[in-house]
Design a protein around this ligand. Structure first.
Ligand SMILES: Cc1ncc(COP(=O)(O)O)c(C=O)c1O
Length: 367
C-alpha cells in the first residue's frame, strides 16, 4: 500500500497546525458530519481508530459479561480483542470461500450451538472484509429473529454499498477506519455512525473522558477514555473526502486490471469483481499445491511486495486455546489464512505495473 497524500492535504494540515487549535474542533466536526451525511445517517462520531470505535460501540451498548458476541474469524482481530476486553465471550463464525465475508449458514449453526450450550448471544459483529459488503440481506433477518444487535465493522469499506443500503447503515452502529492501509486515511483514525441519539450521546461522552455538559456545567457522567481525533487529522480527512469518489474509482480500475491479467492463471482464485467493492485489499487465494510464504518470498526477490491477506482470529494465541483438542470450526478462515495472497493495491499503480505484478506472479507460481 501507499497512501495517496497530495498538495491539498499538505496545505490543509499545515493550515491547522498554524492555527493553534490542534485537537477536535471545527475540522473534526465537519468530517463527522460529512461521513454521517454520506450515509444519510444523523450522527458521525470521530475517534482515534476503528479499534477505539469498536471499543466505544460495545461500551455504549453496555456489554453483558460472559454473554456471547459472534464475530467472523477471518478479519483483523480488533472486534474480538475489544469484546474480550469488555468481558464478553467471543464465538467465531466461519466465512465464505469466495467473498471472505461471514457465512450466513455457519452463523445459523453457531447460533444453534450457543443455544444448545445454554449461552446467551447478545450481539453480532459483521465485518465487510477488504471492502466487499457482507450479505446483509441474509444476515439482518437472522439477527432480528434472534433479537440481537448488529455492529458493522466497516473498517475497510467506506463507500461500499449494497442495493438495499450503504455499508454501515444496517446495524445499530457502523465503524470505519482511516489507517493508512485504508482507501481514505487520516494517519490513524476512525468514525462511528449511527441514527440512535442515545448511543450518540454516550459515544461522544465516552470518547472524551466521560464528560457531559449539564446545566452549562462540565460534569463527568461516567469513566471514559480519550479517543479523540486531532484537528489536523480531521483536516486531512476532509480533504481526502472531497476526492474520495475519484480515489475509489482508481482502486476499482486497478482491481479490474488485475482481473484482466490474472484470470487465466491456473491455481489462483480471484476475489469477485463486484461493483460494490471498495478494494481496500486485493486478496487472491492460492491453490493447495502452493506454499504462500514461498510465493511471497519469491515475489519479493522480483521486487514486488506481497503479503498474507488477513488473520484467522480463532487461530491467534489469545483465542486459540478455546480450540485446543477440538476440530477447527472455521476451516474456510484457516484456509484463507494459509493460502491468501494480497497483491499491491494503491492509487499509483497503472496498467503496466499491474501487468508486471501479474507476470511476476506467473513466474513465481511456475518455479
Ligand atoms: C476489519 C477491521 N477491523 C478493524 C480494524 C482496525 O482498524 P484501526 O487500525 O483503525 O484500529 C482493521 C484494520 O485493519 C480491520 O481490517
Amino acid at each position: 500500500m501507499r497512501p495517496d497524500i497530495g498538495p491539498a492535504e499538505l496545505e490543509a494540515v499545515t493550515r491547522v497546525l498554524q492555527s493553534g487549535w490542534l485537537v477536535q474542533g471545527k475540522e473534526v466536526e465537519r468530517f463527522e458530519q460529512s461521513i454521517a451525511s454520506r450515509h444519510e445517517l444523523l450522527h458521525g462520531i470521530a475517534v482515534s481508530s476503528a479499534t477505539a470505535g469498536l471499543h466505544l460501540a460495545y461500551e455504549a451498548l453496555g456489554i453483558q459479561k460472559n454473554e456471547v458476541i459472534l464475530i467472523p474469524s477471518f478479519a483483523w482481530p480488533s472486534a474480538a480483542n475489544m469484546a474480550v476486553r469488555c468481558g464478553a465471550e467471543v464465538v467465531f463464525v466461519d466465512v465464505e470461500p469466495l467473498t471472505y465475508n461471514i457465512c450466513p449458514k455457519d452463523l445459523k449453526t453457531k447460533l444453534s450451538q450457543c443455544k444448545e450450550a445454554g449461552k446467551r448471544v447478545q450481539g453480532l459483529v459483521v465485518v465487510h472484509e477488504f471492502g466487499l459488503p457482507a450479505d446483509m440481506d441474509a444476515i439482518m433477518p437472522l439477527a432480528e429473529t434472534e433479537n440481537i444487535w448488529v455492529i458493522e465493522d466497516a473498517a475497510c469499506a467506506l463507500g461500499a454499498r449494497l442495493p438495499s443500503g450503504a455499508v454501515g447503515t444496517f446495524g445499530v452502529m457502523g465503524v470505519f477506519s482511516f489507517h493508512p492501509r485504508k482507501s481514505l486515511t487520516t494517519g490513524e483514525g476512525g468514525c462511528i455512525v449511527t441514527n440512535d441519539p442515545d448511543l450518540e450521546a454516550r459515544l461522544r461522552s465516552l470518547r472524551n473522558h466521560g464528560q457531559i455538559i449539564e446545566n452549562g456545567q462540565r460534569q463527568f457522567g461516567s469513566c471514559g477514555w480519550n479517543y479523540r481525533l486531532t484537528e489536523f487529522q480531521g483536516a486531512l480527512g476532509n480533504t481526502q473526502l472531497e476526492r474520495y469518489d475519484t480515489m475509489l474509482a482508481q482502486r476499482r480500475q486497478v482491481a479490474a486490471w488485475y482481473h484482466q491479467h490474472l484470470c487465466e492463471i491456473e491455481g489462483l482464485a480471484l476475489p469477485p469483481l463486484d461493483e460494490s467493492h471498495t478494494w481496500q485489499t486485493f486478496m487472491t487465494v492460492l491453490g493447495d499445491a502452493f506454499q504462500r510464504d514461498n510465493i511471497v518470498a519469491d515475489m519479493r526477490k522480483q521486487g514486488i511486495e506481497c503479503s498474507m491477506g488477513a488473520f484467522a482470529a480463532h487461530r491467534l494465541n489469545p483465542f486459540a486455546s478455546r480450540h485446543l483438542n477440538k476440530e477447527d470450526d472455521c476451516p474456510v478462515s484457516t484456509r484463507l489464512l494459509n493460502q491468501g495472497l494480497a497483491l499491491p493495491l494503491h492509487a499509483f499503480l497503472d496498467e503496466t505495473k499491474v501487468k508486471r505484478v501479474a507476470e511476476s506472479l506467473k513466474v513465481s507460481l511456475s518455479r
